[in-house]
Design a binder for this molecule. Structure first.
Ligand code: SER
Length: 344
């Protein structure tokens, strides 16, 4: 008998680390991890199997379904907003064609199993695009259906893949003879703000100045923040991001009233983060050296987002406000992490 599994793509990434640990510690799930690089050693024992491979490799995905019955997919693999601008077409292939491959795999699996495969997709504040800074300042909390003109390849990819998920969940091959009877997928997506983890440092994102400032300070390394001090966007710590993914995946289907949900915890300016970090690590050396191009990207992202739909439909509530996030999670965990490294 094939084993029923939860597939996690992009398993080695920041969210992958937190999610795999959470699922292993709190559920009975058999986790199959997929990533282009070998899975972090600390995660290997937590998974039933881990596969090194590319989501663009159709043969690999074909083999995956021969061996496993996939009940849920957390499709985390993605090229983030800064990295995507260096090679937008490659980013498009990974972010869109990769997602398309997994959506098709999920539909086929749903049809074989006669029950919808759950497809959980992290989207992003990058899906928003506010045309001018003046509009950003007076916009107020952005709702899911507002400001749909992202200016990055990553943002375009995320917005489009949310729509692809909607299509695969409700309209896939809508003119086929078996339309309406064939099983399809249960697609659910979350628009995350900038994420900050104590365990990992992000790569290739444009909200990275937040976590980078903190991790650099804790390691005693100088840091030049690449956005203006007044730049404000929403952030969330990793435990809350994992909570949101798991809560959304577990929510009864009848309570899900939309394809994409905003979630948020707290909004901070780069100056706010600087001040919090300096208080915790007074020796830190943090400057502001604005990168005009990356600044332009962050200037299109909302200062705040409205997550009332998630609160209403699946009782979303973050565990960490700003104070708790830094004082009870980030600062102590990061401090002990780098102290341990020094002692080694
Ligand atoms: N963290 C992402 C990025 O910076 C935004 O969701 O690309």
């Amino acid at each position: 008998m094939r084993q029923k599994v939860v597939l996690v793509t992009g398993a080695n990434g920041e969210i992958g680390h937190g999610l795999i640990r959470y699922l292993a510690e709190n559920t009975e799930a058999n986790i199959v991890a997929l990533d282009v690089v070998p899975l972090d050693k600390s995660l290997r024992d937590l998974c039933s199997s881990y596969i090194v491979g590319d989501i663009l490799d159709q043969m690999l995905l074909g083999r995956l379904v021969v061996e496993h019955e996939i009940a849920t997919i957390f499709h985390l693999a993605s090229i983030l907003s800064t990295k995507a601008e260096y090679n937008p077409e490659t980013a498009h292939r990974i972010n869109v064609e990769g997602t398309l491959n997994l959506l098709r795999l999920a539909v086929e699996q749903s049809q074989w199993q006669g029950t919808p495969v759950k497809f959980i997709y992290p989207s992003s504040i990058a899906a928003f695009g506010i045309p001018t800074l003046a509009e950003k300042m007076k916009a107020g909390p952005a709702k899911e259906d507002e400001w749909h003109h992202p200016t990055t390849m990553y943002g375009c990819n995320k917005l489009y893949c949310e729509n692809l998920g909607h299509y695969y969940g409700a309209f896939y091959r809508q003119l086929a003879a078996d339309c309406g009877t064939a099983e399809t997928i249960d697609f659910r997506s979350i628009r995350f703000p900038g994420l900050i983890s104590a365990e990992t440092i992000p790569t290739g994102g444009t909200s990275d100045y937040g976590p980078e400032m903190l991790h650099a300070a804790a390691q005693g390394e100088p840091y030049a923040c690449f956005v203006r001090p007044d730049t404000k966007i929403p952030f969330m710590v990793m435990p809350d991001a994992i909570k949101a993914l798991v809560r959304l995946a577990d929510a009864p289907r009848e309570r899900i009233s939309q394809i994409v949900y905003n979630v948020t915890s707290f909004s901070l300016s780069a100056q706010d983060i600087h001040d919090i970090v300096m208080k915790a690590f007074p020796e830190a050396q943090i400057d502001f050296e604005v990168d005009a191009c990356r600044q332009k990207i962050v200037d299109t992202w909302p200062e705040e987002i409205d997550d009332s739909a998630a609160r209403r439909d699946w009782d979303w509530q973050p565990d960490y406000d700003c104070d708790r996030a830094f004082n009870e999670y980030l600062i102590p965990a990061i401090r002990s992490r780098y102290q341990k490294v020094e002692m080694k």
